[in-house]
Write a protein that binds this ligand. Structure first.
Ligand code: SF4
Length: 104
């Protein structure tokens, strides 16, 4: 019988901790720009750092923040990929309707 109480107490503690983690996940989650993943996928993905960012995802974040003025900052990217990136950004505004102003 004592084992049963121990199991019940552990289940209750686990349930409370699970509930707290679920609430914290909702309360503190950071919403990621939904354009980030497709934009990252348009970059070469070799994470060379030539652009001045540690990797392609960070370069994509820089583009979305308006820090990157030229797609050609990614030296390994091919001209057709640069054009695709510019077209993607020209046709996908943020939630406020703002377009990223970037040049080839
Ligand atoms: S230069 Fe291009 S390939 Fe290299 S990390 Fe930057 S975005 Fe990625």
């Amino acid at each position: 019988m004592q084992y049963l109480w121990g199991v019940l107490i552990l289940l209750a503690i686990g349930g409370v901790i699970g509930l707290l983690l679920a609430v914290a996940d909702k309360a503190f989650s950071v919403k990621e720009d939904e354009r980030l993943e497709p934009l990252t996928n348009l970059l070469p993905g070799i994470n060379c750092g030539t652009c001045g960012y540690p990797g392609c995802k960070e370069m994509a974040q820089g583009m979305l923040k308006g820090e990157v003025k030229f797609v050609s900052q990614c030296k390994p990217s091919r001209p057709d990929a640069r054009k695709s990136i510019k077209e993607y950004l020209d046709t996908h505004p943020d939630e406020s309707g703002n377009i990223v102003n970037i040049q080839l």
